[in-house]
Design a protein around this ligand. Structure first.
Ligand code: F6P
Length: 417
């Protein structure tokens, strides 16, 4: 094992047959780690192959008995690994190497390269035995891949199955003498962890063992207008204004229509009155999370932005310069909020049933930034108006957003004083 030092850099290498969800996993993991504040990127060998050789390689190209093609594939894999290791020499913390890496030789080579550069290597193997899941994955991702553009569905499926069979003929699962690894079998039904230590690897284990591939939406809304929103004061624990209560009723009507009375919808709120009051007309006992409480404005709690600008101009200016990292004296920053809602993200990823989150502006911006994979600098400025419901549906290639606006519409003071 490498010396436990702060700031170590991690090379995560995926392992597994084609159509097991490696690319989806790599992208979700990269988004999660980058959101937590660790610069992370995915390095994908399939994309490099298509860029270099053009799309549409026939299955024979993947036959291990085909020596020329095997050498070509090795060169491509090496070039992408070079890029990943080069990226780690800069300010980056994590590189995710997305390839099949399904033979011992391939993995021994990766281990030697990672050791030579003193990087912490973690293999993440994705195993799936369920033919229904494999078939669904194949249809959802591979048939739309540029490799099969213009090819009819039946021929594409036959070719891709032959490609998988070539990989199966040479595939060797990870063994105990291969260092740190995580194996996820049948979408988390079984998880094996081998020699995994440390904070970032620990976050990776927690995230990947909870990650679901089921496509389902998450619903986010702020509480109804509070008595303090109405006068531009931040923070505190005020009650809803009459307009806020009207929104809560309208939201409940919408939810009943949309989900039906006996749905398995879960409702989560913060521990603050304005979110709990917003949930009340829904008639569903909400789960209350302290982690969903609004950003703590410390000494500025209860002030208007104008008052902060007038009485604490240096603080106001510091926040204007770097709103993401700025921490209110005796309060929190957006960065702190991201760390605290991490646990909410893990729970949301674990759920297979719909969840409606009723929370606050800054906290919801942090959740939205995770699902939409937006950079930290944009997070504190994401539009999150009152009396508006966001439906976010993450998929392998992005996150679909639908907005539902409710009456009464309300204007809010911006944070510019
Ligand atoms: O004004 C409502 C509010 O939720 C405050 O309690 C909180 O301090 C603020 O929004 C967060 O938004 P911003 O980071 O833009 O000030």
């Amino acid at each position: 094992m490498t010396r436990p030092r702060r700031g170590r850099k991690h090379l995560i290498a995926l392992v597994g047959l084609p159509a097991r969800g490696k690319t989806f996993t790599a992208r979700k993991l990269a988004g999660y780690l980058a959101w937590l504040g660790y610069p992370t990127r995915v390095f994908n060998v399939g994309e490099r192959r298509r860029e270099t050789l053009g799309p549409g390689q026939h299955h024979e190209f993947f036959d291990p008995a085909n020596r020329d093609a095997t050498a070509q594939r090795q060169r491509l894999a090496d070039a992408v690994l070079d890029d990943a290791l080069r990226w780690l020499r800069g300010d980056a913390r994590v590189a995710i190497y997305d390839a099949t890496n399904s033979t011992r030789e391939r993995r021994d080579g990766i281990r030697a390269r990672a050791a030579a550069e003193d990087r912490d290597l973690l293999f993440v193997e994705i195993v799936n035995h369920d033919p229904v899941v494999i078939e669904a994955n194949l249809r959802e991702t591979k048939l739309s891949s540029p490799d099969y553009a213009g090819v009819d569905e039946a021929s594409a499926l036959t070719d891709f199955r032959a490609r998988i069979a070539h990989y199966e003929s040479a595939y060797k699962t990870l063994r105990d003498d291969e260092g740190a690894w995580l194996r996820i079998v049948d979408r988390g039904r079984q998880v094996e962890i081998h020699e995994v230590w440390g904070w970032i690897p620990g976050r990776i284990v927690s995230f990947l063992t909870n990650l679901q591939v089921t496509r389902r939406p998450v619903w986010l809304t702020r509480h109804g207008e509070s008595l303090w929103n109405a006068v531009g004061r931040i923070g505190g624990d005020p009650e809803l204004s009459p307009r806020g209560r009207e929104f809560a009723e309208n939201l409940a009507c919408f939810v009943r229509r949309h989900f039906g009375r006996d749905s398995d919808l879960d409702v989560w709120t913060s521990t603050l009155r304005r979110t709990i009051e917003t949930a009340a007309p829904l008639g569903i006992e909400p789960g209350q999370w302290k982690a969903l409480d609004e950003i703590h404005a410390g000494v500025c709690d209860g002030m208007t932005y104008r008052e902060i600008a007038a009485t604490l101009p240096a603080e106001f200016e510091a926040r204007r310069r770097d709103k993401f990292s700025y921490r209110y004296p005796r309060g929190e920053s957006y960065q702190d909020v991201v760390q605290r809602v991490d646990r909410v993200i893990i729970e949301l990823e674990r759920y297979r049933t719909p969840v409606l989150v009723i929370a606050h502006r800054a906290v919801l911006r942090a959740l939205r930034a995770y699902f939409q994979q937006l950079p930290p600098a944009e997070t504190p400025f994401l539009p999150m108006p009152l009396h508006t419901l966001l439906q976010l549906t993450p998929s392998a290639y992005g996150c679909e957003e639908v907005r539902v606006e409710f009456e009464p519409r309300v204007e809010e003071s911006p944070d510019r004083g």
